[in-house]
Design a protein. Structure first.
Length: 88
């Protein structure tokens, strides 16, 4: 009878160990997947930041060009007025 009890306890411990190992394996897989997805999101965020910087630089260049063009336009309008041109 005592041998059966010991055998049952041994079997129970083996089952608990198997369940623990399966749980640990599942956690490791889940953790690895989470790291992979986080890395992917990080790469996407870096690409987005780079694109935002590029866009911001282009906007700044466009604004500078527009200011320059407005100055040139104002200069030409001033010269035209000096030569008799009138706004309709």
């Amino acid at each position: 009878m005592e041998k059966q009890f010991v055998d049952l306890l041994t079997e129970e411990l083996k089952l608990q160990e198997a369940v623990s190992e399966e749980h640990a394996r599942h956690m490791n897989i889940t953790f690895a997947e989470a790291k992979r997805v986080a890395s992917q999101y990080q790469r996407e965020a870096e690409k987005c930041n780079a694109a935002t910087e590029t866009c911001e630089e282009a906007r700044e260049r466009a604004e500078a060009f527009l200011r320059k063009e407005r100055k040139v336009t104002a200069l030409w309008e001033q010269r035209a007025r000096q030569m008799g041109w009138e706004v309709e």
